[in-house]
Design a protein around this ligand. Structure first.
Ligand code: SAJ
Length: 451
């Protein structure tokens, strides 16, 4: 009986997809005492784990080595181990196609493998972010075709991943986990299993509710980022410093949550997940406005940043064409090494297209691909920073020496409000060009002049 196996921790569990979601999940399950098969199609990843090395920022290698030697964790590329599994969690990517519709081929491939080794009594939980209805369409109905009866012969849940790579406070173990099943018994089994190794499980009544929870979480971010990005454009036009406005609004202790403008949005979640919802809603003849509008505004920010750069150079009677530009930061957000969908990639391509000579410096990103080219991060020194006509701060890594850069650079376009001190040579996204007087007053307030 699956419930007994779960409660006695004798259940054998499989995790398909050993990335930033699947590997930490496998670790929690193995540490709770379950025998875990970690399945991935990438042989290098599997071999690395077999050798006791972790490639995920939040998972220590010695933990992997211990789990391997204790016999609790078995990384493999062989899907046939699913025949031995009482429960399987699917943690594969769900990218968007260029046409902005969901690419669920990783999910369908994983389900095709499960079908080969399916047996009675198995619990299947999908964790990949996707549109409402996916779990029923791509898992429940597929397995039912084999003659199994949902809620009796097999169980299916959806549980959205809430992993924030590199987050020093929240991790897989202590982040509440929403779980919704196709039937009540599915929900109960899913909650019982995850409840054995996670601090808190949040049951919901169906897989669709659970799928929608995740999309609301990330659409909430995308729309609010879009709001402040539009506010930045407005403030620029109106001669107001948007950063000061947001900092002051953020002093409101209730009913407000600060979001910040930027050169666009990146990552594997926020630019993509809301488009899943928008795509599915259209099938119900529901044409949403917020998601598409936010996506449009956020997607346009790189071009706004370029126009700001040209305005800034224009102040010094320089054209972008022929100028030397340094982009600081290529990662999609600060203090990480991930460049997926990073707006800095767009900035690099747009600045190149305009005929400028562009370099980048990012201590977390030694190289990146620009089309067929491999671009290398250049060194940043107090000598060379002054050689550039403009330094563009695209990602506000904590490690940058902001004081040195502001003293040595001829001109700075700050798209992240990374430079807190006032300097004549700093132009900010979302603030008027002539920032001198405005920023000087702002700096005096920050320095406590009126307190
Ligand atoms: N961004 C802004 N302004 C903001 C916040 C973010 O421009 O106020 C940009 C970031 O620079 C980045 C993009 O948006 O390019 C996404 O940033 P993010 O902070 O949402 O970071 P992500 O993509 O790593 O989002 C993840 C999400 N986690 C999951 O999906 C499990 C998200 O739900 C988390 O809230 C977020 O981490 C987090 O809080 O760090």
């Amino acid at each position: 009986m699956l419930m007994d196996l779960i409660l006695d921790r004798k259940a054998v569990v499989g995790v398909i997809g050993l990335g930033y979601v699947g590997l930490p999940l496998a670790v929690e399950m193995a540490e709770a005492g379950y025998r875990v098969y970690g399945i991935d199609i990438n042989e290098e990843k599997v071999q690395s784990l077999v050798d006791g090395h972790s490639y995920i920022i939040d998972v220590e290698s010695d933990k992997i080595a211990k789990m391997i030697s204790s016999g609790k964790f078995h990384p493999t590329t062989d899907f046939s181990v699913i025949a031995q599994c009482d429960a399987v969690s699917i943690c594969v990517p769900t990218p968007l196609r260029k046409t902005k519709d969901p690419d669920v081929t990783y999910i369908t491939s994983a389900v095709a493998e499960i079908k080969k080794y399916m047996h009675k009594g198995m619990l299947i939980t999908l964790e990949s972010t996707t549109y409402p209805g996916t779990t029923e369409e791509l898992i429940q109905h597929e397995i039912e075709e084999l003659g199994y009866v949902i809620g009796e012969d097999f169980y299916v849940c959806f549980s959205p991943e809430r992993v924030d790579p590199g987050n020093p406070v929240y991790n897989t173990q202590n982040t509440p986990k929403v779980i919704g099943g196709i039937t009540p018994v599915c929900t109960e089994l899913g909650c019982r299993l995850y409840g054995q190794f996670l601090e808190r499980v949040v049951p919901v009544s169906s897989t669709k509710v659970a799928e929608m929870v995740k999309l609301l979480e990330n659409t909430f971010r995308s729309v609010n980022i879009g709001l402040v990005n539009e506010l930045a454009l407005m403030c620029d036009r109106m001669g107001i410093n948007v950063w000061e406005v947001i900092d002051a609004a953020a002093t409101k202790p209730f009913g407000f949550m600060p979001f910040y403008p930027g050169p666009g949005i990146g990552g594997h979640c926020i630019p993509l997940d809301p488009m899943y919802l928008s795509w599915k809603a259209k099938m119900f003849n529901f044409y949403n406005k917020f998601i598409e509008l936010a996506s449009d505004i956020n997607g346009n920010m790189p071009r706004y940043a370029i126009s700001k750069l040209m305005d800034a150079l224009n102040m010094q009677s320089k054209s972008l064409r022929g100028s030397k530009i340094l982009i600081l930061g290529m990662a999609y957000k600060k203090d990480i090494d991930d460049v997926r969908e990073s707006p800095a990639l767009d900035l690099y391509a747009l600045i190149s297209e305009k005929g400028a000579d562009v370099d980048y410096h990012d201590p977390f990103v030694p190289t990146f691909r620009n089309g067929n080219e491999v671009i290398k991060s250049v060194e940043l020194t107090s000598q060379n920073v002054g050689e550039y006509d403009c330094v563009v701060l695209a990602t506000n890594h904590s490690v940058f020496d902001y004081k040195m850069i502001s003293e040595k650079a001829k001109l700075i376009l700050d798209t992240r409000n990374g430079f807190k001190q006032y300097h004549e040579n700093i132009v900010k996204l979302g603030a008027p060009l002539e920032t001198g007087a405005i920023m000087k007053a702002y700096q005096e307030i920050l320095a406590g002049k009126y307190q």
